[in-house]
Design a protein around this ligand. Structure first.
Ligand SMILES: Cc1ncc(COP(=O)(O)O)c(C=O)c1O
Length: 425
Protein backbone atom coordinates (compact mmCIF):
# COMPACT_ATOMS: atom_id res chain seq x y z
CA UNK A 1 0.00 0.00 0.00
CA UNK A 2 1.33 3.48 -0.76
CA UNK A 3 0.51 6.67 1.08
CA UNK A 4 0.36 10.15 -0.31
CA UNK A 5 3.07 12.31 1.17
CA UNK A 6 0.57 15.04 1.95
CA UNK A 7 -1.83 16.08 4.65
CA UNK A 8 -5.43 17.23 4.49
CA UNK A 9 -5.37 21.04 4.84
CA UNK A 10 -7.94 20.92 7.64
CA UNK A 11 -5.78 18.62 9.81
CA UNK A 12 -4.22 21.55 11.61
CA UNK A 13 -3.60 20.27 15.14
CA UNK A 14 0.21 20.03 15.46
CA UNK A 15 0.05 17.27 18.08
CA UNK A 16 -2.07 15.13 15.74
CA UNK A 17 0.27 15.81 12.82
CA UNK A 18 3.19 14.69 15.02
CA UNK A 19 1.43 11.49 15.99
CA UNK A 20 0.55 10.65 12.39
CA UNK A 21 4.12 11.38 11.34
CA UNK A 22 5.51 9.19 14.13
CA UNK A 23 3.35 6.32 12.85
CA UNK A 24 4.62 6.69 9.27
CA UNK A 25 8.22 6.94 10.50
CA UNK A 26 7.72 3.68 12.38
CA UNK A 27 6.22 1.71 9.47
CA UNK A 28 8.61 2.86 6.81
CA UNK A 29 9.31 -0.77 5.81
CA UNK A 30 5.61 -1.64 5.91
CA UNK A 31 3.56 -2.53 8.96
CA UNK A 32 5.11 -5.52 10.74
CA UNK A 33 1.62 -6.99 11.21
CA UNK A 34 1.38 -7.73 7.50
CA UNK A 35 3.67 -10.04 5.59
CA UNK A 36 2.97 -11.39 2.14
CA UNK A 37 -0.57 -12.20 1.03
CA UNK A 38 -1.68 -15.67 2.19
CA UNK A 39 -1.90 -18.47 -0.38
CA UNK A 40 -4.21 -21.46 -0.52
CA UNK A 41 -1.30 -23.84 0.15
CA UNK A 42 -0.21 -22.08 3.38
CA UNK A 43 -0.46 -23.75 6.76
CA UNK A 44 -2.55 -21.16 8.59
CA UNK A 45 -2.02 -20.68 12.32
CA UNK A 46 -3.20 -17.10 12.53
CA UNK A 47 -6.92 -17.46 13.27
CA UNK A 48 -8.91 -18.28 16.40
CA UNK A 49 -11.38 -20.72 14.84
CA UNK A 50 -9.98 -23.36 17.19
CA UNK A 51 -12.60 -26.00 16.44
CA UNK A 52 -12.58 -25.32 12.68
CA UNK A 53 -16.29 -24.64 12.39
CA UNK A 54 -16.35 -21.11 10.94
CA UNK A 55 -17.73 -22.26 7.60
CA UNK A 56 -19.82 -25.12 8.90
CA UNK A 57 -22.96 -25.24 6.70
CA UNK A 58 -25.20 -25.81 9.73
CA UNK A 59 -24.01 -22.51 11.20
CA UNK A 60 -23.88 -20.47 8.02
CA UNK A 61 -27.21 -21.97 6.88
CA UNK A 62 -29.08 -20.80 10.01
CA UNK A 63 -27.73 -17.30 9.54
CA UNK A 64 -28.62 -17.16 5.85
CA UNK A 65 -32.06 -18.54 6.56
CA UNK A 66 -32.87 -15.71 8.97
CA UNK A 67 -31.60 -13.12 6.51
CA UNK A 68 -33.58 -14.62 3.64
CA UNK A 69 -36.82 -15.15 5.52
CA UNK A 70 -37.01 -12.22 7.91
CA UNK A 71 -34.45 -9.60 6.96
CA UNK A 72 -33.37 -7.37 9.81
CA UNK A 73 -35.55 -5.11 11.89
CA UNK A 74 -33.40 -4.25 14.91
CA UNK A 75 -31.66 -1.05 13.90
CA UNK A 76 -31.49 0.36 17.40
CA UNK A 77 -29.75 0.08 20.71
CA UNK A 78 -30.46 -3.14 22.58
CA UNK A 79 -31.58 -1.00 25.50
CA UNK A 80 -34.75 -0.05 23.49
CA UNK A 81 -35.51 -3.47 22.12
CA UNK A 82 -38.18 -5.11 24.24
CA UNK A 83 -39.01 -8.23 22.30
CA UNK A 84 -35.73 -9.97 21.66
CA UNK A 85 -37.13 -13.46 22.21
CA UNK A 86 -34.45 -15.30 20.27
CA UNK A 87 -31.69 -13.29 21.89
CA UNK A 88 -33.11 -13.81 25.37
CA UNK A 89 -33.37 -17.53 24.74
CA UNK A 90 -29.78 -17.64 23.55
CA UNK A 91 -28.64 -15.75 26.64
CA UNK A 92 -30.45 -18.26 28.82
CA UNK A 93 -28.69 -21.06 26.97
CA UNK A 94 -25.32 -19.44 27.57
CA UNK A 95 -26.12 -19.08 31.28
CA UNK A 96 -27.18 -22.73 31.61
CA UNK A 97 -24.13 -23.94 29.71
CA UNK A 98 -21.82 -21.94 31.94
CA UNK A 99 -23.55 -22.64 35.25
CA UNK A 100 -24.35 -18.96 35.79
CA UNK A 101 -27.51 -17.07 36.74
CA UNK A 102 -27.57 -14.88 33.64
CA UNK A 103 -25.73 -13.80 30.52
CA UNK A 104 -25.90 -10.75 28.26
CA UNK A 105 -24.92 -10.64 24.61
CA UNK A 106 -22.65 -7.72 23.68
CA UNK A 107 -21.42 -6.30 20.38
CA UNK A 108 -17.87 -7.62 20.87
CA UNK A 109 -15.49 -9.01 23.45
CA UNK A 110 -14.00 -5.53 23.66
CA UNK A 111 -17.41 -4.01 24.45
CA UNK A 112 -18.10 -6.76 26.98
CA UNK A 113 -14.86 -6.12 28.88
CA UNK A 114 -15.10 -2.37 28.70
CA UNK A 115 -18.75 -2.42 29.74
CA UNK A 116 -18.38 -4.87 32.59
CA UNK A 117 -15.45 -3.03 34.16
CA UNK A 118 -17.30 0.25 33.82
CA UNK A 119 -20.41 -1.28 35.38
CA UNK A 120 -18.50 -2.72 38.34
CA UNK A 121 -15.90 -0.08 39.12
CA UNK A 122 -15.81 3.64 39.77
CA UNK A 123 -13.30 6.26 40.88
CA UNK A 124 -13.04 4.61 44.30
CA UNK A 125 -12.60 1.03 43.08
CA UNK A 126 -9.00 0.00 42.48
CA UNK A 127 -8.64 -2.43 39.59
CA UNK A 128 -5.79 -4.93 39.58
CA UNK A 129 -4.98 -6.12 36.08
CA UNK A 130 -2.62 -8.94 35.15
CA UNK A 131 0.00 -7.30 32.96
CA UNK A 132 -0.79 -9.73 30.12
CA UNK A 133 -4.54 -9.05 30.20
CA UNK A 134 -6.31 -7.65 27.15
CA UNK A 135 -6.28 -3.92 26.34
CA UNK A 136 -10.08 -3.77 26.65
CA UNK A 137 -9.77 -4.24 30.42
CA UNK A 138 -7.53 -1.19 30.66
CA UNK A 139 -10.03 0.67 28.49
CA UNK A 140 -12.78 -0.27 30.95
CA UNK A 141 -10.71 1.09 33.83
CA UNK A 142 -10.18 4.35 31.95
CA UNK A 143 -13.89 4.70 31.16
CA UNK A 144 -14.76 3.95 34.80
CA UNK A 145 -12.20 6.55 35.98
CA UNK A 146 -10.97 3.81 38.27
CA UNK A 147 -7.40 3.69 39.58
CA UNK A 148 -5.77 0.76 37.74
CA UNK A 149 -2.70 -1.16 38.89
CA UNK A 150 -0.86 -3.84 36.96
CA UNK A 151 0.40 -6.90 38.77
CA UNK A 152 3.13 -9.15 37.45
CA UNK A 153 1.88 -11.85 35.17
CA UNK A 154 0.25 -14.68 37.12
CA UNK A 155 2.02 -13.54 40.29
CA UNK A 156 -0.49 -13.88 43.15
CA UNK A 157 1.99 -12.61 45.74
CA UNK A 158 2.58 -9.43 43.77
CA UNK A 159 -1.18 -9.03 43.52
CA UNK A 160 -1.45 -9.44 47.29
CA UNK A 161 1.14 -6.70 47.83
CA UNK A 162 -0.64 -4.38 45.41
CA UNK A 163 -3.97 -4.90 47.20
CA UNK A 164 -2.30 -4.32 50.59
CA UNK A 165 -1.09 -0.95 49.26
CA UNK A 166 -4.22 0.27 47.48
CA UNK A 167 -7.13 -1.55 49.11
CA UNK A 168 -9.68 -4.13 47.98
CA UNK A 169 -11.26 -3.81 44.54
CA UNK A 170 -11.62 -5.75 41.31
CA UNK A 171 -9.06 -8.22 39.93
CA UNK A 172 -9.00 -8.93 36.17
CA UNK A 173 -7.38 -12.03 34.66
CA UNK A 174 -7.70 -14.28 31.60
CA UNK A 175 -8.18 -18.02 31.85
CA UNK A 176 -5.84 -18.63 28.90
CA UNK A 177 -3.62 -15.66 28.11
CA UNK A 178 -4.10 -14.54 24.55
CA UNK A 179 -0.51 -13.71 23.68
CA UNK A 180 1.55 -16.42 25.37
CA UNK A 181 -0.99 -19.19 25.90
CA UNK A 182 -0.47 -20.05 29.56
CA UNK A 183 -3.30 -20.67 32.03
CA UNK A 184 -4.27 -18.33 34.83
CA UNK A 185 -2.95 -19.36 38.26
CA UNK A 186 -6.59 -19.37 39.17
CA UNK A 187 -6.45 -21.04 42.60
CA UNK A 188 -3.73 -18.71 43.92
CA UNK A 189 -5.45 -15.65 42.49
CA UNK A 190 -8.80 -16.69 43.98
CA UNK A 191 -7.19 -17.22 47.39
CA UNK A 192 -5.80 -13.70 47.33
CA UNK A 193 -9.19 -12.30 46.24
CA UNK A 194 -11.01 -14.06 49.04
CA UNK A 195 -8.44 -13.22 51.71
CA UNK A 196 -8.35 -9.54 50.76
CA UNK A 197 -12.01 -8.93 49.88
CA UNK A 198 -11.50 -8.43 46.13
CA UNK A 199 -13.91 -9.55 43.39
CA UNK A 200 -12.69 -11.40 40.32
CA UNK A 201 -13.56 -11.03 36.65
CA UNK A 202 -12.19 -13.70 34.31
CA UNK A 203 -11.91 -13.23 30.55
CA UNK A 204 -12.53 -16.68 29.04
CA UNK A 205 -12.17 -15.66 25.39
CA UNK A 206 -9.58 -18.33 24.58
CA UNK A 207 -10.88 -21.14 26.80
CA UNK A 208 -14.56 -21.09 25.79
CA UNK A 209 -15.19 -23.88 23.29
CA UNK A 210 -11.78 -25.40 23.96
CA UNK A 211 -11.76 -26.33 27.65
CA UNK A 212 -14.25 -28.65 29.32
CA UNK A 213 -16.35 -31.55 28.09
CA UNK A 214 -18.88 -29.19 26.48
CA UNK A 215 -16.43 -26.37 25.87
CA UNK A 216 -17.72 -24.52 28.93
CA UNK A 217 -14.38 -22.84 29.71
CA UNK A 218 -11.99 -23.04 32.62
CA UNK A 219 -14.12 -21.69 35.47
CA UNK A 220 -17.10 -23.99 34.89
CA UNK A 221 -14.84 -26.89 34.10
CA UNK A 222 -12.99 -26.54 37.40
CA UNK A 223 -16.25 -26.09 39.35
CA UNK A 224 -15.36 -22.54 40.39
CA UNK A 225 -18.56 -20.78 39.35
CA UNK A 226 -19.55 -20.00 42.95
CA UNK A 227 -16.23 -18.28 43.57
CA UNK A 228 -16.04 -16.23 40.37
CA UNK A 229 -18.87 -13.68 40.13
CA UNK A 230 -18.12 -12.27 36.66
CA UNK A 231 -16.97 -13.82 33.40
CA UNK A 232 -16.56 -12.28 29.98
CA UNK A 233 -15.72 -13.75 26.62
CA UNK A 234 -15.40 -12.81 22.99
CA UNK A 235 -17.47 -14.76 20.49
CA UNK A 236 -14.83 -14.17 17.82
CA UNK A 237 -12.59 -17.09 18.84
CA UNK A 238 -13.91 -20.66 19.04
CA UNK A 239 -17.49 -19.31 18.74
CA UNK A 240 -16.66 -17.94 15.27
CA UNK A 241 -18.90 -14.86 15.28
CA UNK A 242 -18.69 -11.19 16.00
CA UNK A 243 -19.84 -10.50 19.54
CA UNK A 244 -19.16 -10.91 23.22
CA UNK A 245 -20.85 -12.20 26.35
CA UNK A 246 -20.97 -11.06 29.98
CA UNK A 247 -21.91 -13.69 32.54
CA UNK A 248 -22.84 -13.01 36.15
CA UNK A 249 -25.51 -12.77 38.85
CA UNK A 250 -28.99 -12.07 37.42
CA UNK A 251 -29.47 -8.68 39.06
CA UNK A 252 -26.03 -7.55 37.95
CA UNK A 253 -26.67 -8.60 34.34
CA UNK A 254 -29.99 -6.75 34.23
CA UNK A 255 -28.30 -3.62 35.63
CA UNK A 256 -25.43 -4.06 33.11
CA UNK A 257 -27.88 -4.00 30.17
CA UNK A 258 -29.13 -0.54 31.08
CA UNK A 259 -26.16 1.07 32.78
CA UNK A 260 -23.01 0.19 30.84
CA UNK A 261 -22.12 2.63 28.08
CA UNK A 262 -21.52 0.16 25.20
CA UNK A 263 -24.82 -1.62 25.95
CA UNK A 264 -26.79 1.61 25.80
CA UNK A 265 -24.99 3.61 23.13
CA UNK A 266 -24.26 1.01 20.46
CA UNK A 267 -26.70 -0.94 18.30
CA UNK A 268 -28.03 -4.37 19.18
CA UNK A 269 -26.81 -7.63 17.69
CA UNK A 270 -28.80 -8.56 14.55
CA UNK A 271 -31.19 -11.53 14.48
CA UNK A 272 -29.09 -13.28 11.80
CA UNK A 273 -26.10 -13.11 14.15
CA UNK A 274 -28.17 -14.45 17.03
CA UNK A 275 -29.20 -17.38 14.81
CA UNK A 276 -25.57 -17.97 13.95
CA UNK A 277 -24.53 -17.93 17.63
CA UNK A 278 -27.31 -20.36 18.52
CA UNK A 279 -26.25 -22.85 15.85
CA UNK A 280 -22.61 -22.43 16.88
CA UNK A 281 -23.40 -23.12 20.51
CA UNK A 282 -25.09 -26.36 19.60
CA UNK A 283 -22.09 -27.52 17.52
CA UNK A 284 -19.59 -26.43 20.18
CA UNK A 285 -21.41 -28.14 23.04
CA UNK A 286 -22.23 -31.31 21.18
CA UNK A 287 -19.10 -32.08 19.17
CA UNK A 288 -16.54 -32.87 21.82
CA UNK A 289 -14.27 -34.63 19.34
CA UNK A 290 -13.47 -31.24 17.80
CA UNK A 291 -11.64 -30.10 20.94
CA UNK A 292 -10.15 -33.48 21.77
CA UNK A 293 -7.43 -33.27 19.11
CA UNK A 294 -6.29 -29.75 19.87
CA UNK A 295 -4.26 -30.44 23.00
CA UNK A 296 -2.44 -33.37 21.34
CA UNK A 297 -1.56 -31.27 18.29
CA UNK A 298 -0.47 -28.41 20.55
CA UNK A 299 1.72 -30.70 22.61
CA UNK A 300 3.31 -32.16 19.47
CA UNK A 301 4.14 -28.69 18.16
CA UNK A 302 5.33 -27.38 21.52
CA UNK A 303 7.61 -30.30 22.34
CA UNK A 304 8.98 -30.36 18.78
CA UNK A 305 9.78 -26.66 19.01
CA UNK A 306 11.48 -27.12 22.38
CA UNK A 307 13.59 -29.97 20.94
CA UNK A 308 14.66 -27.65 18.14
CA UNK A 309 15.77 -24.91 20.51
CA UNK A 310 12.66 -22.69 20.41
CA UNK A 311 11.70 -21.68 23.96
CA UNK A 312 7.92 -21.91 24.09
CA UNK A 313 7.80 -23.20 27.64
CA UNK A 314 5.36 -20.49 28.74
CA UNK A 315 2.64 -22.01 26.56
CA UNK A 316 0.27 -24.65 27.92
CA UNK A 317 -2.57 -24.42 25.45
CA UNK A 318 -3.44 -24.13 21.77
CA UNK A 319 -1.68 -20.74 21.73
CA UNK A 320 2.06 -21.06 21.15
CA UNK A 321 4.20 -17.90 20.99
CA UNK A 322 7.52 -17.51 19.25
CA UNK A 323 8.90 -14.54 21.19
CA UNK A 324 11.59 -13.19 18.90
CA UNK A 325 12.00 -9.91 20.85
CA UNK A 326 12.59 -6.68 18.94
CA UNK A 327 10.33 -6.01 15.95
CA UNK A 328 13.20 -6.42 13.50
CA UNK A 329 13.68 -10.02 14.72
CA UNK A 330 9.97 -10.76 14.56
CA UNK A 331 9.86 -9.41 11.03
CA UNK A 332 12.75 -11.69 10.05
CA UNK A 333 10.95 -14.66 11.64
CA UNK A 334 7.66 -13.76 9.96
CA UNK A 335 9.32 -13.59 6.54
CA UNK A 336 11.22 -16.86 7.06
CA UNK A 337 8.08 -18.72 8.11
CA UNK A 338 5.99 -17.24 5.32
CA UNK A 339 8.64 -18.00 2.69
CA UNK A 340 8.04 -21.63 3.68
CA UNK A 341 4.26 -21.37 3.70
CA UNK A 342 3.69 -21.11 7.48
CA UNK A 343 1.54 -18.18 8.60
CA UNK A 344 1.10 -17.03 12.20
CA UNK A 345 0.06 -13.64 13.55
CA UNK A 346 2.45 -10.92 14.62
CA UNK A 347 1.97 -9.33 18.04
CA UNK A 348 3.95 -6.20 18.77
CA UNK A 349 3.60 -2.99 20.81
CA UNK A 350 1.12 -1.94 22.10
CA UNK A 351 -0.11 -5.56 22.39
CA UNK A 352 3.26 -6.63 23.83
CA UNK A 353 6.15 -4.78 25.47
CA UNK A 354 8.26 -3.15 22.74
CA UNK A 355 11.20 -5.56 23.09
CA UNK A 356 9.05 -8.66 23.29
CA UNK A 357 7.19 -8.83 20.01
CA UNK A 358 6.22 -12.30 18.89
CA UNK A 359 4.53 -14.52 16.37
CA UNK A 360 1.54 -16.36 17.74
CA UNK A 361 0.81 -19.79 16.37
CA UNK A 362 -2.73 -20.99 17.08
CA UNK A 363 -3.22 -24.72 16.82
CA UNK A 364 -6.68 -25.74 15.65
CA UNK A 365 -8.77 -28.68 14.68
CA UNK A 366 -8.26 -28.06 10.97
CA UNK A 367 -4.62 -29.18 11.21
CA UNK A 368 -3.25 -32.69 11.06
CA UNK A 369 -0.04 -34.24 12.38
CA UNK A 370 1.64 -34.05 8.96
CA UNK A 371 1.15 -30.30 8.96
CA UNK A 372 2.51 -30.00 12.50
CA UNK A 373 5.56 -31.99 11.42
CA UNK A 374 5.92 -29.75 8.39
CA UNK A 375 5.93 -26.65 10.63
CA UNK A 376 8.64 -28.29 12.75
CA UNK A 377 10.67 -29.11 9.66
CA UNK A 378 10.43 -25.46 8.60
CA UNK A 379 11.52 -24.32 12.07
CA UNK A 380 14.59 -26.58 11.83
CA UNK A 381 15.34 -25.20 8.38
CA UNK A 382 15.20 -21.53 9.41
CA UNK A 383 16.80 -21.86 12.84
CA UNK A 384 20.23 -20.53 11.83
CA UNK A 385 18.59 -17.55 10.20
CA UNK A 386 16.21 -16.59 13.02
CA UNK A 387 18.50 -17.59 15.94
CA UNK A 388 16.00 -18.60 18.67
CA UNK A 389 18.96 -19.01 21.04
CA UNK A 390 19.14 -15.20 21.19
CA UNK A 391 15.47 -14.62 21.91
CA UNK A 392 14.20 -13.46 25.31
CA UNK A 393 12.81 -16.26 27.48
CA UNK A 394 9.03 -16.56 27.68
CA UNK A 395 7.89 -15.40 31.08
CA UNK A 396 4.72 -17.32 31.63
CA UNK A 397 4.26 -19.01 34.98
CA UNK A 398 2.94 -22.46 34.45
CA UNK A 399 -0.26 -23.17 36.28
CA UNK A 400 0.47 -25.94 38.70
CA UNK A 401 -1.83 -28.90 38.38
CA UNK A 402 -4.70 -27.30 36.51
CA UNK A 403 -6.52 -30.08 34.74
CA UNK A 404 -7.52 -28.14 31.74
CA UNK A 405 -7.29 -29.95 28.47
CA UNK A 406 -9.43 -32.63 26.96
CA UNK A 407 -7.89 -35.71 25.42
CA UNK A 408 -9.23 -38.91 24.04
CA UNK A 409 -7.91 -41.83 26.06
CA UNK A 410 -8.84 -45.38 25.13
CA UNK A 411 -11.78 -44.17 23.12
CA UNK A 412 -13.37 -42.17 25.92
CA UNK A 413 -12.90 -38.57 26.88
CA UNK A 414 -10.91 -37.64 29.93
CA UNK A 415 -9.58 -34.41 31.27
CA UNK A 416 -5.86 -34.32 31.84
CA UNK A 417 -3.43 -31.83 33.32
CA UNK A 418 -1.87 -29.60 30.75
CA UNK A 419 1.16 -29.12 32.89
CA UNK A 420 2.58 -32.55 33.40
CA UNK A 421 5.72 -32.09 31.34
CA UNK A 422 8.66 -32.66 33.65
CA UNK A 423 10.78 -29.64 34.34
CA UNK A 424 8.18 -27.11 33.38
CA UNK A 425 5.94 -27.13 36.40
C1 LIG B 1 -8.55 -12.08 25.77
C2 LIG B 1 -9.36 -11.22 24.84
N1 LIG B 1 -10.35 -10.47 25.33
C3 LIG B 1 -11.10 -9.69 24.53
C4 LIG B 1 -10.88 -9.64 23.18
C5 LIG B 1 -11.71 -8.73 22.31
O1 LIG B 1 -12.63 -9.49 21.62
P1 LIG B 1 -13.37 -8.97 20.28
O2 LIG B 1 -12.43 -9.20 19.17
O3 LIG B 1 -14.61 -9.79 20.21
O4 LIG B 1 -13.66 -7.52 20.51
C6 LIG B 1 -9.88 -10.44 22.61
C7 LIG B 1 -9.65 -10.48 21.16
O5 LIG B 1 -8.96 -9.76 20.58
C8 LIG B 1 -9.08 -11.25 23.46
O6 LIG B 1 -8.08 -11.98 22.98
Amino acid sequence: MTFRDSEHPAVTLPSLQDRIQAYFDRVVDGNVLHGRAPMASDVMLSGNDYLNIGNDPRIVGEQLDVLARHGEDIFMSGAYAQYLDQQNRLEEEYATWLGAEAAALCQSGFAANEGVIEAIAGPNTPIYIDMFAHASVWQGATVASAPAFAFRHNDAEHLRRQVAKHGPGLVAVESIYSTIGDFCQIYDILDVCEETGCMLVVDESHSIGVIGMQGEGLISHLGLTERVPFRVFSLSKAMVGRGGVVVGPARFVEYFRYESTPAIFSSAIFPNEVARFKATLSVVRGETHRRSRISGLGERLRSGLLERGYDVSCSESQIIPLIAGPESETRRLRDALEANGVVGSVFCAPATPRKRSLIRLCVHNGLDTDQIDYILEVCSRIRDLVRPDRWPAGNGRRSRGIAATVEVESGSLSVVGATSRAGNI
